[in-house]
Design a protein. Structure first.
Length: 274
């Protein structure tokens, strides 16, 4: 993969500059029928921040992302990008400022190739269906950054799960949104690509000012990469704030029901199950 700094410099000097934005979610509730899934949840995502959403299976993490991206409609609560209400925005305008990488995509796309799937990220910036020279440049840079440029001509539905995840990440990069919503961005990836994807996410946040909100299962990854953490259990927030203050043995026990200790002897904190 090309060095991240080369990728960033090229983008910063291109015609398309990512807008730096803030996301605020407050008191969001959502139910499937009579079954409440989210119970007044909220978060504050600032410029250059990575926020992890953690919690056991079924705690409402993915539902929270889908409400923010307006795939689902909350029954109450407010969601703001800067001073604009997300619920009042048009879908195309949301796509210009917010990118979403779903979990376990089935690869059900009409575009037959990896290149065309990543080009979909340019649609919010295009007039009609015609792509530009700038669109092509951004797509290729995004493909190279995620190490999938060699797959550009391959049919998307013939990729492995790990390749699929990296292609969808490349599509989100090509979208040049100021906020990225990532649903388990390292799922189905081996340890090398987990680190490379999260290193890329961190550089996007710190260098380009992108705000990242990511559903995560790996507490060690959250300790390593996240600035902030929201912990959910049964649709309610059990703890929220700075990652180093939230990811404590006490909060992990309350949220997951598992006794742990956090080893800080090797430079990076590491969770050990007791």
């Amino acid at each position: 993969m090309i060095p991240i700094i080369d990728f960033v410099i090229k983008i910063l000097y291109s015609q398309s500059i990512i807008s730096i934005m803030e996301l605020k979610v407050d008191g969001v509730c959502f139910s499937y029928g009579s079954d409440p899934i989210l119970k007044g949840v909220g978060l504050d995502l600032g410029r250059r921040e990575i926020m992890g959403i953690l919690g056991p299976n079924g705690s409402g993490k993915t539902t929270m992302l889908k409400c923010i991206n307006r795939i689902l409609s909350p029954s109450q609560g407010r969601m703001m990008i800067d001073s604009e209400d997300i619920l009042g925005m048009k879908a195309k305008d949301i796509a210009k400022v917010m990118g979403y990488v779903p979990q376990n995509s089935t690869g059900d796309y009409t575009a037959p190739t990896v290149y065309e799937v990543v080009m979909m990220g340019r649609r919010p910036h295009s007039v009609g269906w015609q792509s530009s020279v700038n669109d092509d440049r951004v797509v290729w840079e995004s493909l190279r950054e995620l190490g999938v440029d060699v797959l550009a001509s391959r049919p998307f539905n013939r990729l492995s799960s790990g390749q699929t995840q990296r292609v969808l990440m490349a599509r989100a990069l090509a979208q040049e949104a100021g906020i990225l919503l990532l649903d388990e961005p390292t799922s189905n990836l081996d340890i090398r690509y987990q680190m490379e994807v999260m290193d890329t996410v961190r550089d996007l946040a710190k260098v380009k000012g992108v705000g990242v909100c990511a559903v995560m299962h790996d507490i060690d990854m959250a300790l390593r990469y996240c600035d902030k953490v929201v912990m959910l259990d049964s649709g309610s927030i059990t703890a929220a704030g700075e990652a180093s203050e939230v990811l404590t043995p006490e909060n992990i026990m309350e949220t997951y029901g598992v006794r742990v200790t956090i080893d800080r002897n090797y430079g990076r904190p590491h969770v050990i199950i007791l």
